[in-house]
Design a protein around this ligand. Structure first.
Ligand SMILES: [Zn+2]
Ligand SMILES: [Zn+2]
Length: 320
């Protein structure tokens, strides 16, 4: 990690008269920390974010969206250590080796912390992501986002969870915010809040790592001996959000604190303005086929399903 001077001492230890060696310098917080104090700083920061945005309490049953990556596993670890009741939910997307590896890491971690990991196989529900990419003619990430949101929400309701927690970190949120701002996409900006309320058949969704950077969650995972998948999903290569991340990280390098300021000032100053005008009542609809909330008569997942079925039938007829 950058700018940690040789032989630096931990700020907190120093104040207590101890001499623990620091392992990280957090320039945007002006903190130099040892292993023990970085871990507790991280967990306190997550707890503070949960309280600040009134995300949930220890009475809630939480379902953590687990991808096998550092963020979701770090989140699951921190929530468990903070005393929350959190189980994991892993969707097997069927993306070759990436899915095989990430599933194994997610399973190993669940065993390690002694919590349940629910697994949903997309190939059994609809089709794998590579298949859906072919069928829908859309970028894989777009179909993937749609089906993940859908099955996560449906599953959580069926199993009686009241909260869905995702591992989106500060870098993710800032990259999305930046993209939406470049386009002045007001509808998306209006929804960019670390808590999405439960309404219209959707369960409450929260992002407790929204003020944690990617580097911080990687370090937290490393220090806690969490094995996570270290490579990105092969489909995410070339996504504009990755370009934004690289650009913003260069900016952060020169001006530490830029990301956090951009994000927190948006939440404090811009978000309330965007939501001032009375919400136009979005007509509440439920999908005619599956009954899940939808903006149209038939939800996008059921539409995808119809396409899959049509294709299977056509192939069947040809094979006859
Ligand atoms: Zn210390
Ligand atoms: Zn449907």
């Amino acid at each position: 990690m950058k700018k940690l001077k040789k032989n630096s001492r931990c700020t907190i230890c120093k104040a207590k008269g101890e001499k623990e060696k620091a392992i990280i310098y957090l320039p945007h917080h002006r903190l130099t920390l040892c292993k023990k104090h970085f871990i507790s700083w991280f967990e306190k920061r997550v707890e503070k974010t949960i309280k600040e945005f009134k995300m949930f309490s220890t009475n809630d049953k939480i379902l953590v969206a687990v991808s096998g990556g550092k963020d979701s596993l770090a989140l699951w670890n921190a929530l468990t250590k903070l005393g929350y009741e959190a189980d994991g939910f892993y969707i097997n997307l069927g993306i070759d080796q990436y899915s095989i590896d990430s599933k194994e890491l997610a399973l190993n971690f669940a065993k390690k912390i002694g919590r349940e990991l629910h697994i949903l196989d997309l190939s059994k529900e609809i089709a794998t992501i590579p298949q859906l990419k072919e069928i829908s003619n859309r970028p894989a990430c777009s179909a993937c986002g749609t089906v993940k949101r859908y099955y996560m929400n449906k599953f959580a309701k069926e199993k009686g969870y009241s909260i869905i927690a995702t591992g989106h970190n500060l870098d993710d949120e800032v990259a999305v915010l930046f993209g939406n701002t470049l386009k002045w996409d007001i509808d998306y900006l209006k929804r960019q809040y670390p808590v999405l309320k439960e309404e219209n058949g959707f369960i409450r969704k929260v992002k407790p790592l929204c003020k944690i950077t990617e580097k911080e969650s990687a370090l937290y995972s490393f220090l806690n001996n969490i094995d996570y998948i270290e490579y990105e999903c092969p489909f995410s290569v070339g996504a504009s959000s990755i370009e934004y991340k690289e650009f913003l990280s260069r900016l952060e390098e020169k001006h530490p604190g830029t990301k956090l300021q951009f994000y927190t000032n948006f939440l404090k100053k811009m978000y309330p303005l965007l939501n001032k005008e009375k919400e136009k009542k979005e007509e509440l609809k439920y999908c005619k086929i599956c009954g899940e909330p939808s903006y149209n008569e038939i939800c996008s997942v059921c539409k995808l399903k119809q396409k899959v079925e049509k294709l299977v039938n056509t192939n069947y007829n040809i094979n006859m």
